[in-house]
Design a protein around this ligand. Structure first.
Ligand SMILES: *[C@@H]1O[C@H](CO)[C@@H](O)[C@H](O)[C@H]1NC(C)=O
Ligand SMILES: *[C@@H]1O[C@H](CO)[C@@H](O)[C@H](O)[C@H]1NC(C)=O
Length: 562
């Protein structure tokens, strides 16, 4: 009797072990049709998964822990219809759950991303534990080698109205937002969701902005609350902006990070109300105080941070050229210098500080300034000149024309109240590496650095004055040569570009199968268009002359001749 009971217990335990249940999670990037479902296939048996009630493309369910491998299956009426052609190794299963797998995609995180080397350190004085080499703008949001999935849920009527009136910058909806990465599912209620950008709204695939309420979500999404979803419609490769993010990180510049690389932007697959929308690059919004606080002040909530001004050339009557216009604050148009955050109490207002700065620029006289390192000291009292010169060097090497020196556009000025000076943060990098401005491209590609703004009105009085001191101009040249020799070589950049292509290629194919949300201009239509945009410019397309890799190669050798 005793023996029989003992055996019974042992058998029960054996049975329970073999049937140890765990949770499987899979995301379908192409939504299933009614009647279809999802199951997980383990050792020849299908176990049905349940669709999430809040995130329709997510399926989860309990099933035994696979010992060797498992596959996901699309079912119809409960019967298997299509099974993944590869097996997922059980090696990556924990006792409790699978990663958030993506149906039909064998990897969850690509390891071989060929990151760019870190050429320059960040600010050595603050928040830089590793001798300034670790990125203060790093976030798990930008983990290398991953493509996350985003779901936005809002009133269908409101979304339709927003898309039909996409040129209206005031429309802003309340939405629920879900973010799914391979190892995390995060849900946010009542985020604000809107179309963003200026001219990019003309495209059929438009960019968006998301704002997560900070009170309700004190940790945000990996400590970010303001996100831009960049559509990259002007760039058929969808790689240029991400590459620029990564170059800024490598050159020690605090700026938006994005996409698939640690400390860069993340590319996300976006769904709105259960319709797949496409592939986007998630990037930071440096015009937000949450980003500035996180990256420049270590997230310190008690600190009263200084003014944030968005410098823009598209809306006002002039470009954001930092020209001194006199003491009257009204002369500094709020469209050109949009105050995103006022100065804290007890400090001069944002615009009065700006006037002081433009006056300093106007009065700067190179012939009365020593032509040596003392010039750097003089500027440092007003501006983070090191970061500024690096930014301008990168503008030149990438031909970034929709930016500070050529266009007086797309940058943020932040008043650092700790150091009592300004810092410039660049934004929006799709018009780079040979994208756009047909006529001037050749000059950008093979000309000399100071020819960038030739024939243009002065769009940066700041840059005009900085470069009037030969010592500073030489710093700029040396920075260009240094970056060109050690970072922006065809070998280094192309390896990185290829790893990004490997990451997003299947998403590009997927996106091309989708219907766009709005009417407007369309970019590349086929995978052949996508691939050829790296090799050469498509001459008949709007605003595009030079292939991405073509730019990298010719520009590199042109700078070697300097
Ligand atoms: C979201 O907003 C609605 C309407 O204002 C409110 O009733 C609800 O409590 C909010 N939910 C959360 C989680 O903040
Ligand atoms: C700049 O400084 C030089 C030398 O001090 C002086 O001769 C010149 O007049 C100044 N230029 C202006 C525009 O003030």
């Amino acid at each position: 009797m005793y023996k029989i009971l003992a055996c019974f217990l042992v058998c029960c335990i054996g049975y329970a072990l073999a049937n140890d249940l765990m949770t499987y999670h899979v995301v379908t990037i192409s939504l299933l049709t009614p009647g279809q479902g999802m199951s997980v296939l383990i050792d020849g048996t299908h176990y049905p998964l349940q669709q999430s009630s809040t995130v329709p493309m997510l399926y989860t369910g309990s099933a035994p822990k696979s010992q060797i491998g498992y596959q996901y299956t699309i079912t119809k009426g409960g019967n298997p219809m299509e099974t993944e052609i590869f097996e997922r190794s059980a090696e990556y299963l924990s006792e409790e759950q699978s990663f958030n797998d993506v149906y039909g995609q064998s990897w969850r995180k690509l390891d071989d991303m060929k990151p760019l080397p870190q050429l320059y350190a960040f600010d050595r004085e603050r928040y830089s534990p590793l001798g300034g080499m670790s990125d203060p703008a790093a976030s798990n949001l930008y983990e290398d080698g991953t493509v996350a999935t985003i779901h936005i849920s809002a009133s269908p009527e409101q979304v339709l109205a927003m898309h039909q009136n996409k040129m209206d910058k005031k429309i802003n909806l309340l939405a629920d937002f879900t973010y799914i990465n391979y190892n995390s599912i995060q849900e946010f209620k009542n985020v604000s969701f809107k179309v963003s950008g200026h001219s990019s709204r003309q495209w059929s695939k438009i960019p968006y902005k998301i704002k997560i309420p900070r009170k309700a979500y004190p940790d945000g999404l990996y400590r970010r609350w303001h996100l831009k979803l960049r559509s990259e419609s002007t760039d058929p490769t969808m790689v240029r902006e991400k590459l620029y993010n990564d170059v800024l990180k490598s050159t020690g510049v605090i700026a938006a990070r994005g996409g698939y690389v640690s400390c860069t932007k993340k590319v996300t697959r976006l769904y709105i109300n259960d319709k797949p929308i496409g592939l986007f690059l998630t990037v930071d919004d440096p015009a937000s105080s949450t980003f500035i606080r996180e990256t420049m002040y270590g997230g310190d909530r008690k600190l009263h941070i200084g003014a944030i001004i968005k410098a823009d050339a598209a809306e006002g009557s002039t470009t954001a050229n930092l020209n001194y216009l006199g003491q009257d604050p009204d002369l500094y148009e709020s469209e050109t210098y949009e105050i995103k955050k006022e100065s804290p109490k007890g400090h001069p207002s944002a615009v009065s500080d700006l006037i002081k700065f433009t006056k300093f620029i106007r009065e700067y006289n190179a012939s009365s300034v020593p032509d040596d390192a003392r010039a750097v000291k003089i500027w440092e009292e007003h501006l983070d000149i090191t970061s500024y010169i690096r930014q301008l060097a990168v503008e030149w090497i990438t031909g970034n024309w929709d930016a500070h020196q050529y266009a007086g556009n797309n940058y943020i000025i932040h008043r650092d109240t700790v150091k009592n000076r300004y810092v410039v943060l660049p934004v929006d990098f799709d018009y780079t590496f040979g994208n756009g401005v047909e006529a001037d491209q050749t000059r950008f590609l093979t000309g000399k650095p100071l020819e960038m703004s030739e024939g243009q009105p002065v769009n940066s009085y700041l840059w005009d004055k900085v470069r009037s001191t030969p010592y500073l101009l030489n710093m700029y040249y040396e920075t260009i040569k240094d970056i060109n020799a050690q970072l922006m070589t065809p070998d280094i950049l192309n390896a990185h570009v290829d790893s990004i292509v490997n990451l997003i290629e299947s998403s590009i194919v997927w996106e091309q199968s989708l219907v766009t949300q709005t009417t407007g201009l369309k970019s590349a239509k086929s995978i052949a268009d996508f691939k050829s945009a790296f090799v050469a410019g498509s001459k008949n397309k709007i605003d595009l002359l030079i292939g991405l890799k073509e730019w990298i190669k010719i520009k590199h050798s042109s700078i070697l001749q300097l």
